[in-house]
Design a protein around this ligand. Sequence first.
Ligand code: NAP
Length: 266
Amino acid sequence: MEKIKVIVAGPRGKMGSEALRMIEKQSDLDLVACLDHKYEGMKISEFDELPPFDVTIYNDIVECLETVEADVLVDLTTPEVGYLHTKTAIQYGVRPVVGTTGFTDEQLQELTDLSEEKGIGTIIAPNFALGAVLMMQFAKWAAKYFPDVEIIEKHHDNKLDAPSGTAVKTASLIKEVRESKKQGHPDEKETLDGARGADVDGMKIHSMRLPGLVAHQEVVFGSAGENLTIKHDSFHRESFMTGVKLAIDQAVKLDILVYGLENIME
Ligand code: NAP
């Protein structure tokens, strides 16, 4: 079986370096190049903290794609760069697997159209943790029967945005199946601002930020005499790599853009 040839953009980052460690363990993946904005021409093996791949670092995606033959580009960088990489890769017939978050709706639409026009499979997944994706799907299912729900998300204290994208996505999935409902006592009043958390269509989202945490979420459903809690914990960035591998395997079979890992999980 021919190996899937992979380029990783952002190889020195927290996610990118984890992706290199994942690729090192896979017999059916072959790392063929890396994209960075520094260290042009150096080899990945020159970095002590990275796996000893004898592959070259390129700073220019066009030069990289014109020099190296690749099947998939895994992008784990920043929104502006990730968008340019994705667009360029599709134009060059290389399938993007994108974990970079923060694309605008317009960018997503443009990439969806380009992917379809070129017949090049693209996967953009804001959450690669399979457990987190399942948590969201289970929560959507439960919300049909338990319309009273609060979401508690907990992250490390370097996170810049609150609530997390996963919490917002969970609430929007629940919203698809739940009648709009204001929760709690109709006359409830906050005696301290923010005590009841953020509000999405009457659902409450609470965000906790503490050192030591990675990415955690509980979706708590309440009903007469019972509670149901659906809980997911990412303890390490390794938790995202099963999803990255799944996306690489699926991307080579697709000819359109798929947004969200749930859409490639059977
Ligand atoms: P990070 O540690 O800051 O890594 C980003 C890397 O991209 C850095 O090494 C950075 O280099 C590099 N970079 C910046 N500009 C570049 C360019 N033009 N070309 C190539 N590389 C460039 O961040 P991270 O935690 O790994 O996260 C990376 C992305 O993944 C973020 O968008 C984050 O939100 C997302 N993320 C997604 C998931 C998921 O499950 N989908 C999970 C976690 C994070 P410098 O440090 O030198 O600037």
